[in-house]
Design a protein around this ligand. Structure first.
Ligand SMILES: [Zn+2]
Length: 149
C-alpha cells in the first residue's frame, strides 16, 4: 500500500477504535514514514508514548500492508500499546537502576519488550473472541469478510 491508502484506513477507524479501547482522551499523531525513520527492515508499526501527557505517536510502514484488515489489526495493536501506557511510568523509574550496566540493560530491555508484546497479544485475543475480530466488527465501516453477516 502507499501512505495515502494507510492514512485513509487509519482516519476511518482510529477514532472508533480509540473509543472502544477507552483512550479517546489521548492525543495521537499518526505518521506513515516508519521505513524512512528506522531504515529498511520490516516492521509494520511503532508506538511511542508520553503517558504523563496522554500523548502518543504511532508510525506505520505502508509498504508492509497489503489489505485493509492488516492495517486495521496493526492499528489496533499499536493502540493497545497506548492502553498499556501506565506501565511505562514504572519502566522509566526502574530503568534508571541499571542504565550504567550494559548487560543488565540488554537483559531488562529484552524481558520488558517481550512482556509488553505478550500483554498486547493477550488483549488482542480478548478483542478477537472466537471469530473475526469483534472489536473491528463493532467499529463503523465495512464488515469483516467470510462470515456472511
Ligand atoms: Zn507491539
Amino acid at each position: 500500500m502507499d501512505a495515502s491508502q494507510v492514512r485513509a484506513i487509519v482516519g476511518k477507524y482510529a477514532p472508533a477504535l480509540m473509543e472502544k479501547l477507552g483512550i479517546p482522551h489521548w492525543s495521537i499523531v499518526f505518521y506513515y514514514d516508519l521505513r524512512e525513520q528506522k531504515g529498511s527492515f520490516a516492521k509494520r508499526g511503532e508506538c511511542i508514548r508520553q503517558v504523563r501527557y496522554d500523548k502518543a505517536a504511532i508510525s506505520f510502514d505502508p509498504e508492509e500492508f497489503g489489505t485493509e484488515d492488516e492495517v486495521l489489526k496493526n492499528l489496533r495493536h499499536e493502540l493497545i500499546h497506548v492502553v498499556l501506557a501506565p506501565f511505562d511510568l514504572f519502566w522509566h523509574a526502574a530503568e534508571a537502576h541499571w542504565t550504567d550496566d550494559p548487560v543488565r540493560t540488554e537483559i531488562m530491555n529484552t524481558v520488558w519488550d517481550h512482556a509488553v508484546e505478550q500483554a498486547v497479544i493477550n488483549i488482542e485475543r480478548v478483542c478477537e473472541g472466537h471469530g473475526p475480530t469483534e472489536l473491528i466488527a463493532a467499529v463503523p465501516g465495512p464488515k469483516p469478510k467470510g462470515k456472511g453477516r
